[in-house]
Design a protein around this ligand. Structure first.
Ligand code: AMP
Length: 218
């Protein structure tokens, strides 16, 4: 249920496998907000095939970020259908995307936006990437590669094509060079909330809710 005191515009930033999807989706469900995983959205475009798929495939195949001129129109179109508030997982991921997102918001929304930054050591991320599987239909993620059926929608679970260690290394490097400046941008404007993402998912979620409450009260 939405509540006037709860934040209604949230973005999740963090390296691959830091828990953006797990935490972002749960928060969106509990706050009654729309949820977008830009990575999941791009993988769906790939599955559907056609012109859009051939535009994004070379980047996803190599573990590189999809350029802003492809990414921004996709996100703008989604946002025009979800004007009441959202949780974004994996967007923005560059300083230019963060600035563009601010430009799409009105001043009140811009000030109240919260950027959740999940911190997890690289060695742990590598372990998570090696064992996680994702639902081909709803993109729910599980940390155990033995799980074959999605607990959320009954779809088929499979490892992600970009979760091999070589691609992980590239994606992590993209995070360091491109997403860290976006995180700094939110820190400098007092909208970032940095969390230790190493704890168990329920603990991270509790920490997230209490940090959000504190920020809303102050
Ligand atoms: P994710 O599922 O968030 O790990 O994203 C998977 C891949 O999708 C990333 O490694 C990028 O190649 C691409 N991607 C997702 N979101 C963005 C974005 N905001 N900008 C550019 N590329 C993105």
């Amino acid at each position: 249920m939405k509540n006037a005191r709860q934040p209604s515009h949230l973005v999740f930033l963090g390296p691959p496998a830091s828990g953006k999807g797990t935490q972002g989706r749960r928060l969106a469900d509990e706050l009654g907000l729309a949820y977008l995983s830009t990575g999941g959205f791009l993988r769906e475009i790939l599955r559907e095939g056609g012109e859009a798929a051939s535009q994004v495939k070379p980047y996803l195949d190599r573990g590189h970020y999809v350029p802003d001129e492809i990414m921004l129109p996709l996100v703008r179109a989604w946002m025009s259908r979800h004007a009441d508030g959202w949780v974004l997982d994996g967007f923005p991921r560059t300083l230019a995307q963060a600035e563009e997102l601010d430009a799409l918001l009105d001043p009140v929304e811009r000030r109240s936006l919260r950027a959740v930054c999940l911190e997890v050591p690289e060695a742990e991320l590598r372990k998570r990437v090696a064992s996680r599987v994702e639902c081909l239909d709803c993109h729910w993620t599980a940390g155990d590669s033995e799980i074959e059926t999605c607990a959320k929608c009954g779809g088929r679970m499979a490892p992600r094509a970009d979760d091999d260690l070589e691609k992980f290394a590239r994606r992590y490097e993209e995070f360091r060079t491109q997403a860290l400046p976006a995180i700094k941008f939110y820190q400098e404007s007092g909208r970032a909330l940095t969390l230790d993402g190493l704890s168990a998912p329920d603990q991270v979620y509790q920490d997230l809710r209490s940090a959000l409450d504190k920020m809303t009260d102050s």
